[in-house]
Design a protein around this ligand. Structure first.
Ligand SMILES: C[S@@+](CC[C@H](N)C(=O)[O-])C[C@H]1O[C@@H](n2cnc3c(N)ncnc32)[C@H](O)[C@@H]1O
Length: 443
């Protein structure tokens, strides 16, 4: 029976049930019996361009529509068609073939396991009722009904992505305190240390020990964009550094803190490997302690003044060659004593840490600390809400923030929807200028 072949370009059904240890990749071989136009090598271009032939030429992705003619590889070519019977061809095409070519010959195109994408293979091995919504390429195999196939899916992802060495399944349980996901190896090598690149920075970490979420890259970039190179940033829940390190590359001075010793280990490593050691001070404290101490630390042991964004290695070499020196050595610039921004990305509970700001500048030891804060810091606090309507979400978040601060928010308050985490669960970032009465409050 003749047919339009592009409709058949799906892998064959896998015979029976597929298991990873008996997985037969040869079962994905598919032979397409088609017709091909025999022609001299010099005429292939004009056949491919001929309006009469346009609808008949083979257009399978990743398959070349011209092949060597095995009967005369030197001079002849085969232009592949997407029909198996000449009755499928238009009268114009038939006339063209008769006058301009050496006629039609049968030809077979063989598509194998390597041809199909990981998604196509995964769909072909799953039972029919699981095909819609099947996990694609890099998504987790999370849903419970896919779990019996997780090792097979892992193996297919490994086969199809030569650069991938390890495939894991993120388990449902999340570490309650440090927010990293428990995970199991489903294919490949048990190597959980990854190197991830985000906005010109590289982050090395062990997926089993620390929090990382690539879906937050726009949020990381959004906040870093708000900062000025003269700013001092206090990152209360810094993780492995996706806010801290790009901020420092911009020239900001950063206090980066996390309570998870493993996060701090990788954070310190990433600070070094991204060449920002002079601009980042790493600590491993509870967020509340950190908020209460960082005002004084920044005042007593300040970062030197900003020299502007850090130069890349290439820019440094260029500047050296052109004998350009920075306008002013940092020792001549006023030191940076005032924290300008707090970043608080622990959406589950960051709001509950806000009471730590009460009285941070109330101390009696008046030595200039309080005076340094002619402008209060901005606080960027991430949080979840179950309210999906923006007005209700704002009211809910504001109310919780004000309750913890013990003060109304009045100036420079804005709310940004970061992402929808689950049905009825939105992640927001509320930004506000810390009210002076909170920082100066006596209790
Ligand atoms: C949601 S992660 C955010 C990490 C990082 N800012 C990012 O965007 O990838 C929250 C971080 O807070 C840390 N953490 C949890 N409880 C903490 C606490 N009480 N004090 C300080 N850090 C804490 C966790 O270890 C984790 O690295």
């Amino acid at each position: 029976m003749s047919r339009q072949l592009y409709l058949q370009a799906t892998p064959p059904e896998y015979p029976g049930v597929a298991f990873v240890n008996t997985f037969n990749r040869d079962a994905f071989t598919k032979k397409l019996d088609i017709l091909a136009v025999k022609t001299s090598a010099s005429k292939t271009g004009s056949i491919l361009r001929a309006p009469e032939m346009r609808r008949a030429i083979m257009d399978l992705p990743r398959i070349r529509s011209v092949d060597v003619d095995p009967s005369d590889p030197q001079d002849n070519r085969l232009v592949l068609l997407r029909v198996s019977d000449k009755v499928e061809l238009s009268p114009d095409a038939l006339k063209y073939l008769e006058t301009e070519t050496k006629g039609l010959v049968p030809h077979t195109v063989t598509l194998g396991y390597d041809y199909w994408s990981a998604d196509e293979i995964i769909r072909a091995v799953l039972p029919e009722h699981l095909r819609d919504g099947a996990p694609s390429g890099f998504a987790a195999t999370g849903h419970i009904e896919y779990l019996p196939f997780k090792r097979l899916i892992g193996q297919i992802i490994l086969d199809k992505n030569k650069k991938i060495k390890t495939v894991v399944n993120k388990l449902d349980s999340i570490d309650a305190q440090f927010r990293f996901f428990k995970m199991e190896l489903i294919a490949g090598e048990p190597d959980f240390v990854v190197e991830h690149h985000e906005t010109d920075c590289s982050f090395v970490f062990d997926f089993r020990e620390v929090y990382w979420n690539s879906r937050l890259h726009t949020e990381h970039a959004r906040l870093v964009d708000l900062f000025n190179h003269e700013d001092v940033i206090a990152d209360v829940f810094a993780g492995v550094g996706p806010f801290a390190i790009p901020s420092a590359k911009k020239g900001c001075a950063v206090f980066a803190n996390d309570l998870n010793p493993n996060s701090v280990k990788y954070l310190a490593q990433n600070v070094q490997s991204n060449n920002v050691s002079q601009l980042v001070k790493v600590s491993c404290e509870d967020g509340r302690e950190f908020i209460r101490s960082v005002f004084r630390r920044s005042y007593d042991d300040p970062f030197p003044g900003s020299k502007g964004p850090l130069l890349s290695k290439t820019q440094q070499n260029l500047a050296r060659r052109k004998k350009i020196t920075p306008d002013s050595p940092s020792s001549e610039l006023p030191p940076r004593r005032r924290v300008s921004h707090f970043v608080m990305n622990l959406p589950d509970s960051a709001i509950t840490f806000l009471d730590a700001f009460r009285g941070v500048l109330a101390s009696d030891e008046v030595d200039g600390l309080r005076e340094a804060y002619d402008v209060m810091p901005m606080v960027h606090c991430h949080c979840f809400t179950r309210e999906c309507e923006p007005d209700k979400a704002e009211a809910d978040i504001r109310q919780r923030v004000e309750e913890k601060l013990g003060s109304k928010l009045t100036t420079e308050v804005s709310l940004h929807l970061v992402r929808s985490v689950a049905p009825n669960k939105e992640m927001y970032c509320i930004s506000f200028r810390l009210p002076a009465e909170v920082a100066l409050s006596s209790q």
